[in-house]
Design a binder for this molecule. Structure first.
Ligand code: K7E
Ligand code: CUA
Length: 669
């Protein structure tokens, strides 16, 4: 055991030096490490690799992570923000589900955002199945301004503003109930794309499954985004009908492929299931053919076609019908190995990498060849008349990686990283074409497979799906953790594993396991932290995060605090500051309509107050400078203390008031 000590010392020092100036632990006498390090390593049975991994990921207090993971929260409906390399959870952003800490869904402004996402019928939705976070981009690189995320279960899209990390808008897709290939953005965030998944009749029409081929359709939505307003503009958005092939993931082109969208599908068989009636189950029916179809969509041309009026409006949304898409040459198909999952465009925009769940290869398509095929057209058509470009005319290369390749990300050194679901591994391979010169290995070659634990789904690298990826880290998003963490019962966390990919010659190394004790995060994006400029406190007192302006009802002057009655409506103007609400006695009558304006006068960072009104399900978070308005009917008589939920000062417990609801003798008879 003692023989490892010199190796440990050398390795740990090397690791310490790579952490930058000032971070190197001072070596003990003779250039060795403090004896305590050796002792701890021996007591805990740590290997030299373990110590290096610890040195690469440990974040001393007060030091900040250089990267942020923006993670889908799966069917928790939320988004999680995690630091890299420390893998510390920094925040959960409430999106599709109520979240008490942020006062999301409990009466204040954010409740209205949540309600925007209800079904067109008015049916309330209080969860979502988030799959793919999409950071806003300028020229194909993250710009740190907005984050979008889709809800697969209900076909919705949310807009999060990265100045305050709050959800500002939820749009319900008016014509579809299922989505998946989104959200992702075009290179300058002109559009946020919400691609379909399970085909249904367009716009809530009812049609039996025996009419599948005629009536069921995929629907790709192009949500127009206004970066100044920070909102999606539904009236300027449009949709395009797609054949009912169950479109899966999609990605926007960039550089030479700018203007195109690539989208997989996995049910070109148009299987309709019905195992209970003796039909092949979906899993068999949808896997019969050797190939499915990669869809190539010319979105720039589609936008022109939509704006020239060649659309049908259904439920207020313009739709380019399938025959129009074909007639206007907006849509092409090319075969891809059966049952693919991910399609990912290389940073230079020259290739699209498709990984088929049931094929051991990744298939690389050439954008140049696809463009030539689109220009030449094809005599081969699918049953809907969509031209099919033959595979041998669009494919550039195939690389055999192993079992169950799913998703691919990239770095700045010409490497691609593909998740191998069935192999439980990350495959590193080299890109060809212009990338060939970047690394020592020849292009299109598998160079390493690193086992991960277990059943990896998505994978992420530093800005690895943009035009300007970084390098150094890869995150494996493992669906199963099985034996990696202490037993917490039969529902197990997932496992994010951080890999060191900084030294190609030495291969990738496993650094850290992070248990994810919330629903399955499908995808994450990793962004440089210095791209973000979030507020430290809201820029002005009375700021309404819903409108990004000072609210006209904000009570910025404490002298204007008070209660006004107008018939049966009672309006309360209440500023708050450590550690009191003004006024502290609010007297109303049963049945009164209450409009309660709350403004935080705080200007100190982290001086957050809460507002809890028990019995009325009202709960707000008021960050420094924030204003919110709550409206409700005082339908329950009684005495209700309202209090601050954040331990804001030594006299926080005294930050309280009484809400007196005088019983209505008539109503209570
Ligand atoms: Cu789970 Cu991108 Cu929805 Cu793959 S998806 S794993
Ligand atoms: Cu304000 Cu506690």
């Amino acid at each position: 055991m003692n023989r490892i000590v010199p190796t440990l010392a050398v390795l740990l020092l090397a690791a310490g030096c790579s952490q930058g100036p000032g971070a190197t632990p001072s070596p003990g006498a003779g250039g060795g490490l403090p004896a305590e390090v050796m002792q701890v390593a021996q007591e805990r049975g740590l290997t030299p690799d373990d110590l290096v991994a610890a040195a690469k990921t440990f974040m001393p207090t007060g030091k900040l992570d250089p990267y942020f993971i923006f993670s889908s929260g799966g069917h928790s409906g939320q988004v999680h923000v995690i630091g890299v390399p420390s893998m510390r959870l920094l925040k959960t952003i409430a999106v599709f589900a109520p979240e008490p800490w942020q006062g999301y869904g409990y009466g204040g402004g954010p409740s209205r955002v949540l309600k925007e996402g209800n079904m067109p019928s008015g049916k309330e939705l209080t969860w979502g199945d988030t799959h793919h976070p999409g950071l806003s981009e300028t020229k194909g690189s993250y710009d740190g301004k907005f984050l979008f995320i889709n809800d697969k279960a209900n076909a919705r899209l949310a807009v999060i503003d990265l100045r305050d990390f709050e959800t500002k808008q939820i749009v319900k897709n008016p014509n579809a109930i299922s989505d998946h290939g989104g959200s992702f953005v075009t290179p300058n965030t002109e559009y946020v794309i919400e691609g379909p998944q399970y085909a249904t009749p367009v716009g809530w029409e009812y049609a039996d499954i025996k009419d599948y081929k005629d009536k069921y359709r995929g629907l790709m939505t192009f949500w127009k985004f206004d970066p100044m307003k920070g909102r999606v503009i539904p009236e300027e958005s449009f949709q395009m009908e797609l054949p009912p092939y169950w479109q899966d993931l999609a990605d926007a082109g960039k550089g030479p492929s700018d203007g195109l969208i690539f989208c997989n599908s996995f049910n070109s068989e148009m299987a309709t299931g019905g195992i209970e009636s003796g039909n092949p189950p979906f899993e068999a029916g949808a896997s019969k053919n050797d190939t499915d179809f990669l869809h190539i969509i010319d979105w720039k041309k589609a936008a022109q076609v939509a704006n020239s009026g060649k659309t049908e409006t259904v439920n207020g949304m313009r739709i380019i019908k399938l025959p129009t898409a074909v007639a206007e040459s907006l849509l092409f198909l090319t075969p891809e190995p059966k049952s693919p999952h991910g399609v990912d465009v290389t940073p230079n925009g020259e290739f699209a990498v498709v990984a088929g769940k049931l094929d051991p290869h990744v298939t690389i398509f050439s954008v140049d060849k696809i463009r030539k095929g689109m220009a030449a057209g094809s005599q081969q058509k699918d049953p809907f008349g969509i031209p099919i470009l033959p595979l041998d005319s669009t494919m550039e290369a195939q690389v055999e990686l192993g079992l169950g390749p799913l998703h691919t990300v990239f770095d700045d050194k010409g490497y691609a990283y593909t998740s191998m679901f069935l192999d439980s591994a990350v495959a590193r391979w080299t890109l060809g074409g212009d990338y060939d010169k970047l690394n020592p290995e020849p292009g299109w070659t598998l160079v390493q497979k690193l086992p991960v634990h277990y059943n990896i789904g998505h994978i992420a690298s530093i800005e690895g799906d943009t035009a300007t990826p970084g390098n150094g880290f890869v995150v494996a998003l493992n669906k199963w953790s099985t034996d990696r963490f202490a037993n917490v019962g039969p529902l197990l966390p997932q496992n994010f594993q951080l890999l060191d990919s900084s030294k190609p010659g030495e291969g990738m190394k496993l650094l850290f396991d992070m248990p994810i004790g919330f629903a399955e995060p499908h995808y994450v994006q990793v962004m440089r932290a210095d791209r973000l400029k979030p507020f430290e406190v809201y820029p002005q007192v009375g700021y309404n995060p819903e409108t990004n302006q000072v609210d006209p009802k904000a009570v910025t002057d404490p002298k204007k605090a008070g209660i006004k009655r107008n018939g049966k409506t009672v309006e309360i103007s209440m500023p708050l500051i450590r550690s009191h609400f003004t006024p502290e006695h609010v007297r109303v009558k049963q049945g009164d309509k209450i409009i309660w304006h709350l403004t935080s006068l705080e200007r100190t960072r982290d001086a957050t107050h809460g507002f809890a009104l028990g019995g009325y399900n009202i709960n707000l978070s008021l960050e420094p400078g924030e204003h919110q308005t709550v409206e409700f009917v005082a339908d329950q008589p009684g005495i209700f203390p309202f209090y601050c939920t954040e331990f804001c000062s030594a006299l926080h417990l005294e930050m309280v008031g009484y809400f007196f609801v005088e019983p209505d003798p008539v109503a209570n008879k």
